[in-house]
Design a protein around this ligand. Structure first.
Ligand code: CIZ
Length: 311
């Protein structure tokens, strides 16, 4: 690629030429968030993908998010900047093993976090994101036991706040697992006024010291509206880009891992996307998300149920 190429201008030109919409997750690099038409969490972005009249969706996030866009908008061309942008939660829940898990619990409702493959979605009763999981779990019939996959920390948190019994799949997010409650408490001695906000993919040791727990959307609203001026952020640190835009006068401090540093919290999958790869994906219309129609229709059912049940 010509090193002098103005990637931002070229991406803008291709957006017009191909009638494309660029969707970016809050965990993307700041420069990618800034060129996107919409920045959001997977729930917001799946709604945008379902409603768009663009011909091409450029999904800057991880692969399962691009799959959700294709499942909801099959007539659109969905491209992702890097086909290798996976997800540790998705990897932790393979379809064959998940099918056996379901077979072992035939009377259970399978509530599955959106961070999973289309195959696992197709084996589920309803999909949830961290934004709507609580409302959806509360709305499920009370006489039915629940299987929750693949994130055991989000599942355990849902059990604690809703009181619903759940059988949990033993998966977790490599990023949210790394924060250290001990190091966060140490950091608080440096910032005694700071509030701790944490994503529910974090283990209970972190959630129990947090002042607010929630999805990226909920955390963003919390820090914007709180009177506090300093916040320790226990989730993927690129979300701080939006926080700094929303409240430039406030201070956001990334939560540390066990070594006291914060680098471990950068999601290596989200980081695979770059401006250059976005440009190339738009030029080549590849990598594209392709999902066989029978699989798409099976995965669509629990996703549609999610959208209907989402507040
Ligand atoms: O739902 C999402 O987009 C994820 C992965 C996290 C969040 O809380 O928004």
């Amino acid at each position: 690629l010509d090193p002098l190429i103005d990637l931002e201008a070229e991406i803008a030109r291709l957006r017009e030429e191909k009638n494309a919409v660029i969707l970016a997750h809050y965990y993307q690099e700041g420069e990618i968030q800034d060129i996107a038409d919409f920045v959001g969490d997977s729930l917001d972005l799946s709604r945008k993908a379902a409603a768009t009249d663009a011909d091409m969706i450029v999904f800057c996030g991880v692969r399962f998010m691009g799959e959700v866009a294709k499942i909801l908008s099959p007539d659109k061309t969905v491209v992702i900047p890097d086909a290798e942008a996976g997800c540790s939660l998705e990897d932790s829940c393979q379809p064959d093993a998940f099918r056996r898990f379901r077979e072992q619990h035939p009377d259970h409702i399978a509530v599955t976090y959106i961070n999973c493959s289309a195959e696992v979605k197709a084996l589920s009763d309803v999909i949830v994101t961290s934004s709507n999981a609580e409302a959806i779990v509360r709305a499920l019939p009370e006489d039915k036991p629940i299987l929750f996959a693949p994130d055991r920390h989000l599942g355990a948190y849902m059990q604690r706040i809703t009181g619903r019994e759940m059988t949990l799949w033993p998966g977790s997010c490599i990023i949210h697992e790394q924060f250290s409650a001990r190091e966060i408490t140490k950091l608080q001695t440096q910032y005694p006024e700071a509030l701790i906000v944490a994503h529910p993919e974090c283990p209970e040791s972190i959630l129990s010291v947090a002042d607010a727990v929630g999805s990226t959307r909920k955390i963003l609203d919390f820090v914007k509206n709180a009177e506090a001026q300093e916040f320790i952020i226990a989730t993927e640190p690129h979300i701080m880009h939006q926080m700094e835009k929303d409240a430039p006068e406030k201070t956001f401090i990334p939560a540390p891992g066990a070594d006291g540093g914060c680098d471990c919290a950068n999601c290596p999958f989200m980081a695979k996307n770059t401006m250059e790869k976005i440009y190339l994906a738009m030029v080549n219309e590849a990598p594209q998300i392709v999902i066989p129609e029978d699989l798409r229709l099976r995965a669509l059912k629990p996703l549609k149920r999610m959208l209907e049940m989402s507040p």
